[in-house]
Design a protein. Sequence first.
Length: 144
Amino acid sequence: MNASNHTPGASEDPRWDDLVKNFQQLDAQAPREPSAQERADQLKKLFNTGPGAVSGPRDYVPEESDEPFVPDEPAALGSGDPKLNLAWTAAAGGPIGLLLCVLFFRSAPAFVVIGLALATIAGIAYLVKRLPTQRDPGDDGAQV
């Protein structure tokens, strides 16, 4: 058997040839997809009509600048409030220390377990105490 036996020719299957010809005609008559600029023009024409039409936030085009954006240098790690750093260390390190004691040091003295638990509680209490108690009336909560 060769490949020519499996593919129908013009004389072998006229229905198939008619189907292929019909699909080629349909493809030629199909409308083409509009380009991005044509689509944008159509949408602008559709939605920006009337005397009071204003542009929205998606119509904003930022100004092109020749100079690249260079962010400020971040603050060095650990240069913040030492009490805050200690509180975070205690609040996160206490449970980790307790977990390590349970896994690897089951015969840990009671003062180690109690000390880690107290460090965790004290760290969390300090962090909760530092939370703001009053809301700033001019602040909507959005920060960048």
